[in-house]
Design a protein around this ligand. Sequence first.
Ligand code: DI6
Ligand code: FE
Length: 404
Amino acid sequence: MGLKLWTHCNVASMQAGADQPYGLMADAALVVEGERIAWVGPRSDLPAELLSRCGEQHDAQGALITPGLIDCHTHLVHGGDRAQEFEQRLNGATYEDIARAGGGIQSTVRATRSATPARLQAQAEPRLKPLLSEGVTTLEIKSGYGLALESERKMLQVARALGQEYAVDIRTTFLGAHALPTEFAGRADDYVDEVLSMLQVLHGEGLVDAVDGFCERIAFSPAQIARVFAAAQSLGLPVKLHAEQLSDSGGAQLAAQHGALSCDHLEWLSEDGACAMAAANSVAVLLPGAFYFLRETKVPPVELLRRHGVPIAISTDCNPGTSPCSSLLLMLNMACTLFRLTPEEALAGVTRHAAQALGLRDRGVLATGLRADFVLWDVQRPAQLAYGLGANPCMQTIFKGTPR
Ligand code: DI6
Ligand code: FE
């Protein structure tokens, strides 16, 4: 006794190299022991001995079961919104114009610095809840709107608090190198020194799971990012990079040299960058929400990524300036319509490859021994998950073996 059994379901295991697309198994069974998957496969193969130990039995009512969704790139904790800037852009200003004029990221920095932790959390919750309702079980949250020790700490603490209060695994990323705070205007290298010292402290407080940077002409140069990455590596922290979003700065090559888990955005990625990523086994995290919201026209080079075997993940980039988005399912659709991913690639992008982008080996596919994070969907076939616009067929989410 003590095991939990789900039957009357089709399972998309998302295992790499499975016989069927999506690792699809019709009329499957899934057995959970504690927080782990004890067995998954065609129901007819379920060992009788295991069946006899199943206490709780769940009829999935014909649902499709997939791994819990993983949103591997968000700035979900931040103060305020930037609807006003949205209006400015509709009147002709560009994202870079607004950033150079002291708006953009800086305006969110002001709102984030002045918010109490409680207020910051209260503002994050309406962004988090829709993601949870769509079956997200693992979520990355970046700092980067504090740009000073106290406020970066506040962001990371709020991110950790969300993970305590909600049934979701939160992975925190220190993004001190997101933008140059106004008090360091003209002194970018001094600010990088400050980033290194913040990293040291926040890592010491257990608030940092990974380190990110924004490598761009409106942000930090490859040489500056290289210093941040070297410091991260000396602390044993994995790195990732906002790279080649608005221009090709060679960020992907730099990140790959540091064994980056992922390079994110990548609209301007070159072939050399793609080769470097392939060699380093870095994941390409594509962010169709930001591409759409900025009305970009340069599509990330998906064919190049495929040709070089670079794994592709998809994420919301939930942030106030370029992707005020709380729907990972909508990103699946947009990855297909805007970037021409197949629905299977898109689903792998929010499961198996998103797990890889976070350096997590215990989730993202459904297999014996892995975390029992999975979602029951009211759909006949997996492609329906990427097909709908604004639909949410999630029936139930199981987080660490327990319905939430
Ligand atoms: N790239 C992005 O798309 C977000 N950050 C980044 O480095 C946008 C941040 C913002 O505009 O607030
Ligand atoms: Fe981002």
